[in-house]
Design a protein around this ligand. Structure first.
Ligand SMILES: O=C(CO)[C@H](O)[C@H](O)COP(=O)(O)O
Length: 237
């Protein structure tokens, strides 16, 4: 399992470098998870996003600790674990022990997220804070300055394949422009060939994409194309 220092170093390098896509395992073929993980790793991904749903915070269920542990054994990709849970504090240790490199929790269930972000970091993972499309940036509170990563949801979480909500672009730009910010910016939901560029232009460093990667036949082409859209929108090659 990667150390806290190496995870934070990876995030710093991601922030300093070109924006990039993180495939979301939610959209993979769960009959062949091991193959799917190896395919996106071979296709050039650095980060793999894993969505954990409890049927309460979001109206759906997904994978849990045993699947994260199994994926950890398959790959050295950065495992970016997004907890869509009413009570994330109960589970952060288990997900870290299973191999999560970053753990993201939701501002909607944490009036003050600082103690939990601190605990995630003490467990050795990077600490992320997320907010849903209707949630204003003010809900992040002072925890915004404690987070290693802010995950701006561009769909209501719970399901893949939804349409991108442009409210995320305003939030990304406002978060990008906060003076002295220390966090990496991530966006999740409806990221595709049309929306990847605007997300990157608005400041997203990491673009979570499920359908736009796993819905294609050639994952290498999908990741390269999405990365190219993101990078050219930032003025890169
Ligand atoms: O968090 C999520 C759903 O809650 C997914 O990561 C997200 O929806 C990605 O899927 P897609 O790219 O198909 O929109």
């Amino acid at each position: 399992m990667a150390s806290a220092a190496s995870i934070l170093d990876t995030l710093r390098r991601l922030r300093a470098g070109a924006p990039q896509v993180a495939p979301s395992l939610l959209a993979c073929d769960f009959g062949h998870v091991a193959d799917e993980v190896r395919r996106v790793e071979a296709a050039g991904a650095t980060v793999l996003h894993l969505d954990i749903m409890d049927g309460h915070f979001v109206p759906n269920l997904s994978i849990g600790v045993p699947v994260v542990r199994a994926v950890r054994k398959l790959t050295d990709l950065v495992l970016d674990v997004h907890l869509m849970l009413d009570n994330p504090a109960e589970y952060v240790q288990a997900f870290r022990e299973a191999g999560a490199d970053s753990i993201t929790v939701h501002a909607e269930v944490l009036p003050d997220a600082r103690p939990l972000l601190d605990r995630i970091r003490r467990l050795g993972a990077a600490a992320g804070l997320s907010l849903n499309p209707p949630t204003p940036l003010e809900a992040l509170g002072p925890a915004v300055d404690e987070a290693d990563m802010i995950l701006v949801m561009s769909v209501m979480p719970g399901f893949g394949g939804q349409s991108f909500d442009p409210v995320a672009l305003e939030k990304l730009a406002a978060l990008r422009d906060r003076p002295g910010r220390g966090y990496l910016l991530e966006v999740d939901g409806g990221v595709n060939d049309e929306t990847a560029g605007p997300c990157a232009a608005a400041g997203a460093d990491l673009l979570v994409a499920g359908t736009a990667v796993f819905g294609g036949d050639d994952y290498q082409e999908r990741i390269a194309t999405l990365n190219a859209h993101a990078r050219s929108a930032r003025g890169g090659a």
